[in-house]
Design a binder for this molecule. Structure first.
Ligand code: ZN
Length: 407
């Protein structure tokens, strides 16, 4: 038998007199929960079973439709049909939803266009563009992805640059880099040393993206907590415990700082290439850092995808960030149809209502994802009430400019 009380205490949830509340939050837990000795059953409560309901009486604004038309620059409508250890091994795609299924939600939520970042390469990319972009013009846009499966061929740098040009001619709007680069791709694809983000073999690819006006949507690194031990001090303990493969702590993984530095060297080396740095520049926990990088690299923009949980728990800092960088922040969600495992990304009407509430209202202490327990960490968020002029930019103007499209 596991000593559940010990587990719970270890996770920092105050369950009785023995626990020392260290913050007002811990105090709130202590006050709400009877002590182990006093509780009716006398049984300690496992963290997984703890689903406290807020007793706050606060404003609840329901935003059914975005105030202005939206371009969601970060969605995943198609995925690779075959991959191993994070590397896509073939061109074939799996379609996660049909266009009309997506359009129903889009029309209800005032989403003018969706950008499918994971369009793949070669025939899979061409098929995806035909199925979505060409069948419903101005509603769907597709990004291409590198063909890492050809990485071992001696002339890969040129092969990849040529592939960017072909993708451009096929109608792809940009190139997507998953965290594959830096965290999965190895010298022998799935074994050997990790390939660095600024490896010169990718230089022709970055340059080709600049040449053909294909913005690079780049995901480097991950939440900072994923690089620390999955223990009682980890603020995303439950998420990492549910998805142990998301942890990049230990082994031969570079640190978050090393990954971001390598990424920044790429930005500096390719000033004519536009980089849309996903997930709030992949460092939403440190907006000073993201802000400095935005000032440093004019070829950098960011999206919000899957990070309103981070932005919304620091609403005053986030609001200053939006005010300062209002021309370089794009609306994105990371939405994926049928992704039940990650409610913060599940493509449905509820997801968009939460994003709109965060951006448009001054509501306090609400869930950042449609889930019983906040999936990315046990906290709630606050709206930042952006003015109309900034909302328009974030909802569609910045994206339209970057992608060269009209609504
Ligand atoms: Zn994504």
């Amino acid at each position: 038998m596991i000593n559940r009380r010990k587990v719970l205490q270890g996770l920092g949830v105050a369950i009785g007199a023995a626990a020392q509340p260290r913050s007002s939050h811990a105090l709130a837990y202590a006050a709400a929960e009877p002590t182990a000795q006093q509780s009716a059953s006398g049984q300690p409560l496992a963290l997984v079973d703890f689903e406290p309901k807020s007793m706050l009486h606060v404003q609840e604004t329901h935003i059914d439709r975005a105030k202005f038309p939206v371009i969601d620059v970060h969605t995943h409508i198609t995925v690779s049909a075959k991959s191993e250890k994070g590397i896509d091994l073939g061109a074939e795609r799996t379609y996660l939803a049909k266009p009309d299924e997506l359009l129903r939600v889009m029309d209800a939520k005032n989403i003018r266009a969706m950008v499918n970042l994971t369009g793949g390469f070669d025939d899979g990319l061409v098929d995806t563009i035909r199925e979505y972009d060409q069948s419903y013009p101005h509603r769907f846009y597709t990004f291409a992805e590198p063909t890492y499966s050809r990485f071992l061929e001696p002339n890969y740098p040129q092969i990849q640059a040529d592939a960017v040009e072909r993708a451009h001619r096929a109608g792809a709007k940009g190139l997507k880099i998953l965290k594959t680069l830096g965290l999965y791709l190895r010298e022998n694809l799935t074994s050997g040393k990790l390939v660095r983000v600024d490896d010169p073999r990718f230089d022709p690819m970055w340059d080709a993206c600049g040449q053909f006006n294909m913005p690079v949507a780049i995901h480097v690194s991950d939440p900072i907590a994923f690089f620390t031990p999955t223990d009682r001090f980890n603020e995303r303990y439950e998420e990492l415990n549910n998805h142990p493969d998301w942890s990049f702590y230990g082994q031969d993984y570079p640190s978050n700082a090393e990954l971001l530095e390598a990424r920044n060297r790429v930005f500096a080396r390719h000033p004519k290439t536009q980089f849309l740095v996903l997930h709030v520049g992949n460092f939403a926990e440190d907006l000073d850092n993201v802000s400095e990088n935005l000032d440093r690299f004019p070829n950098m923009t960011v999206d919000l995808a899957a990070r309103i949980g981070e932005l919304g728990r620091q609403p005053r800092r986030a609001r200053r960030f939006f005010d300062r960088h209002q021309d370089r922040i794009l609306f994105g969600t990371d939405a994926t149809p049928h992704g039940d495992e990650t409610p913060q990304q599940l493509f449905n009407q509820k997801l968009y209502e939460i994003y709109y509430r965060f951006l448009e209202t001054a509501d306090e202490y609400f869930d950042y994802a449609p889930a019983n327990v906040p999936p990315q960490g046990r906290w709630r968020i606050y709206g930042i009430e952006l003015p109309d002029s900034v909302l328009r930019k974030v909802y569609h103007q910045n994206a339209a400019r970057l992608l060269g499209i009209t609504l």
